[in-house]
Every structure is written in C-alpha cells, then in structure tokens.
Design a binder for this molecule. Structure first.
Ligand SMILES: *Cc1c(COP(=O)(O)O)cnc(C)c1O
Length: 341
C-alpha cells in the first residue's frame, strides 16, 4: 500500500502495549451484579477527576450523551444546544428517538453558545413558549475545530441558568484541559453531568464515562440497561481505560502542537478558505472550502486521509498515530497540491 497518514479522526488510535497487558491481567466480575472491581475503580477514578459524586462506564460517547438526555429531560422537553454539536447533528436523531425531546438550536460557530442566545430561548417560557429543561454544550467543540470553552463564559452561563442543568459533552474533555491548563474538575464544575471518551485521543479501544450527582447516576444506571449498554466482565475494557487516564492525557499536548503545525500547512495550501491557523487550539483542523468533498477525495488519493463534516467543511485530526515524519509527508503533498478544476 502506498504511504498514507490517517487524519480522519482520533478514534482510529490503537490501544497501547500497556493497555493490552492491563487487559490481559484485569480482575473482572459480572458488572450487572456490580461485581467488577476494575469497572468500579475506573468509575471512581473518573468521578474523582471531574469532581462529581459518581460515574458510569458506557460503551460509547453517544450512549453517554443519550443517557444524559434521558435523565435530565421528560418527553416533549426542549434542550438548548449548538447547531453543530454531536448530540444534534451526529447521533442519527437519537435524542428524538430515545427521549422524545426537541432541540432549540443556537449558533455555535465560535465553539461556544452565546449567553444571550441561550437565555432568549429560556426566557421565552414567559411568552407562552415551551420550557427548556437543559442546555447541552460541547467541550472541546468539534465542528468549530476542537475549540475549548472559556471557563468564565461557561460559569456565567451556568449562573444565568440557575437550577437548569448543563450537560457537558466532553468527548474531548482532556484535550480541553491540556490546551487551557484548567483541571477537568474546574472545567466540569459548571456542568451537572459530564461525559468523556476514552476511545479517542486517549487510545483506549472502547468506552466512555458519564459522571454527575449520585441520584442522577443511579437513574443513569437504569437508562444504560434500558438502552442495552449494561455489560458483564467489562473490566477487560475498563483496565485499558485506567491506563488511558494514567498515561495518555499529557501527551495530548503533542497532538495539539502537530495540529497547529498542520493548520499552518492547510491555511497556506488553501488561501481561498480564509482559514486562520491560530483558531486551531487542540487536535482538530477544520475549515470551509467550496470544493470540500473534492479536495478530501484528491488528498486521500495522495495519502493524506481526512474527511468532510458538512458539505463544504473539511476536517483533519491529529492523534497518537501521527508522527513528525507524517507531518513532513503531509507538507510535501500539500506543497504540490492543486485540486483539479
Ligand atoms: C465522538 C464524539 C461523541 C461520540 O462518541 P462515540 O464514542 O463515537 O459514540 C460525542 N460527542 C463528540 C463531541 C464526539 O466527538
């Protein structure tokens, strides 16, 4: 096969040798009976890291978001969220199907939701409009290019919302932490519930975690079962997750530095996109291009694998499988690249 660099997603990462070792040694039990000590250790560890009472290990980030929606809403409720968020655009309409809720969408092209936009929806309750039961935010925010939230903005939003809960889709919570220097606990402080993926930049093969107040997490356990996400000797997977939390967080800084470098290369190669490489603050390069599908197709043929996330938006993601030599290869491809007219 010709050389290629896989920048489609940080989900393509492979488990590390230490993870495979930990998986082979893991002490396991039937987690349906609460008998798996490795799962318990992982859940306690994550709850501690994000400063919540309890946590739940789930098969995927989508399931973590879906459980959050089910425990924080009732059928017919409204969730305020950004148009580009995963829960809105990349979960196959799951929230409507699983929880019978609807979204009130606000602009999130900057990566954040503006306080006024959110509060306009919330306050419309006084104008005979439907009550909002929760707000969901994404940190880092994928479609804007992996943007971390400003914590002052987030806590101002939480204050304005009073007792309306925020669910934080922190699929890349640890990227946000490494990029901003804020602890996961501080980042999650304004959120009632928070989820994070172990299977992206942290390289675990499977799994995400949802954390929040004890009572809600008891309800979350029921919803996990209802959605078919309760597993048995799943300490095999949790063991890899513990290694991910222990060994793979700090190295995300390397992914961020490489993404920033790539951002400069793409900005130079596609000036017509007006992409500002300084907007790349974590591990995602994303920009608009009128021929997005075509350039992705042609770059794939030249060994630079990326993807489109909207008809005119391309995305390239760095991760543990991307080296400095890979960036040299990308630089070389881009230096000689002009899309066919
Ligand atoms: C990947 C992702 C998810 C879902 O995670 P899966 O494990 O793929 O189900 C949710 N939210 C965001 C922002 C993501 O990037």
């Amino acid at each position: 096969m010709t050389r290629h660099v896989d920048l489609r997603s940080d989900t393509v990462t492979q488990p590390t040798p230490e993870m495979r070792e930990a998986m082979s040694q893991a002490i396991v039990g039937d987690d349906g009976f609460g008998d798996d000590p490795t799962v318990k250790a992982l859940e306690e560890r994550f709850a501690e890291i994000v400063g919540k009472d309890a946590a739940l290990f789930v098969p995927s980030g989508v399931m973590a978001n879906q459980i959050a929606v089910r425990i924080l809403t009732r059928p017919g409720d409204v969730i305020v969220a950004g148009k580009g968020q995963h829960v809105v655009s990349f979960e196959m309409g799951a929230s409507a199907r699983n929880a019978s809720v609807q979204f009130a969408l606000v602009d999130d092209s900057s990566g954040e939701l503006r306080l006024d936009d959110v509060m306009d929806v919330v306050e419309a309750e006084k104008d005979h409009q439907v009550a909002v039961s929760m707000v969901e935010i994404e940190n880092t925010h994928m479609t804007s290019g992996g943007t971390p939230w400003d914590l002052a903005h987030l806590s101002a939003l939480a204050r304005a919302l009073g007792d309306k809960p925020i669910h934080m889709d922190g699929a890349r919570l640890f990227n946000a932490s490494v990029a901003t220097g804020a602890s996961p606990r501080d980042i999650a402080a304004s959120a009632t519930t928070v989820m994070a993926c172990l299977s992206k930049g942290l390289c675990a093969p499977v799994g995400s975690l949802l954390a929040g107040p004890a009572e809600l997490m008891r309800a979350a356990r029921v919803e996990r079962k209802r959605l078919g996400g309760a597993m048995r000797q799943v300490g095999i997977l949790a063991a890899a997750g513990l290694v991910a939390l222990d060994t793979m967080v700090e190295r995300l800084a390397d992914d961020h530095a490489r993404a920033r470098h790539l951002a400069g290369l793409f900005a130079a190669a596609f000036p017509e996109s007006h992409y500002d490489p300084s907007s790349c603050r974590t591990n995602i390069v994303a920009f608009d291009h009128p021929q997005a599908r075509q350039i992705v197709h042609e770059l794939v043929q030249r060994g630079v694998w990326g993807d489109t996330i909207a008809p005119r938006r391309v995305r390239f993601v760095t991760h543990a499988g991307v080296s400095d030599e890979d960036l040299d290869f990308v630089a070389d491809v881009l230096a000689h690249f002009t899309p066919a007219p």
